[in-house]
Design a protein around this ligand. Structure first.
Ligand code: ITT
Length: 184
């Protein structure tokens, strides 16, 4: 099964989930053009539709967004843009005096037998007052999962994979693949 992403961190996280299930995945390292859409679901879906035209066989990709409740869900579908522009410091400035509740959402799009199926995963938490941690990537240093008192960047991949948005979405996809004998 091919996984399309330009992001090595995503590949490291996802390949560990597959490896734990005894399955190898192939990294198709490709930076595809993401169409800007209003929903993480539609960004993921339209990316898969475009890649379907150029990739032979089954594959999957995922799109992830960080949704901050007091900012009406921002950056959400604009997470890629925000991570290249105002990034964590900018988000922290926007949140001064505001509620810090947030969630990550990952939407996996699986292209199997030329059809596209989607699987989602959510992780609830809060945005930290200050960044912490050296691991992970992107918004990990400012995201504290509910029930913990450390950020995602304060943990190893294996711990993040126990409950993350990404691992939840991937585990749903994996279950589907197993039930359909679609793993190659
Ligand atoms: P693709 O090639 O797979 O599209 P990308 O890095 O552009 O890689 P996304 O558009 O899905 O991926 O994600 C947008 C940004 O959101 C990403 O660059 C990170 O900065 C951030 N992000 C995604 N997943 C994250 C996670 O698990 N933890 C922290 N930040 C994350």
């Amino acid at each position: 099964m091919k996984f399309v992403t330009s992001n090595k961190h995503k590949f490291d996280e996802i390949s560990q989930v597959f490896n734990n299930a005894g399955i190898q995945i192939e990294w198709l390292k490709l930076k595809y053009d993401e169409l800007q859409e209003d929903f993480t679901e539609s960004i993921s879906y339209k990316s898969a539709m475009a890649l379907k035209e150029i990739i032979d066989g089954d594959f999957f990709l995922e799109d992830t967004g960080l949704y901050i409740r007091s900012l009406s869900g921002f950056p959400g579908p604009y997470s890629s843009f925000v991570s290249k522009t105002i990034f964590n410091d900018g988000l922290l400035k926007l949140l001064v005096g505001k509620d810090r509740g947030a969630y990550f959402k990952t939407v996996v799009s699986l292209c199997i037998d030329r059809r596209i199926l989607q699987f989602g995963g959510i992780l609830n938490g809060t945005i930290a007052e200050t960044p912490s941690g050296e691991n992970g990537f992107g918004f990990d240093p400012i995201f504290i999962p509910d029930g913990l008192n450390k950020t995602l960047a304060d943990m190893e991949i294996s711990e993040k994979n126990e409950f993350s948005h990404r691992s939840r979405a991937i585990k749903h996809a994996l279950l589907f693949l197993k039930n359909n004998n679609s793993l190659s």
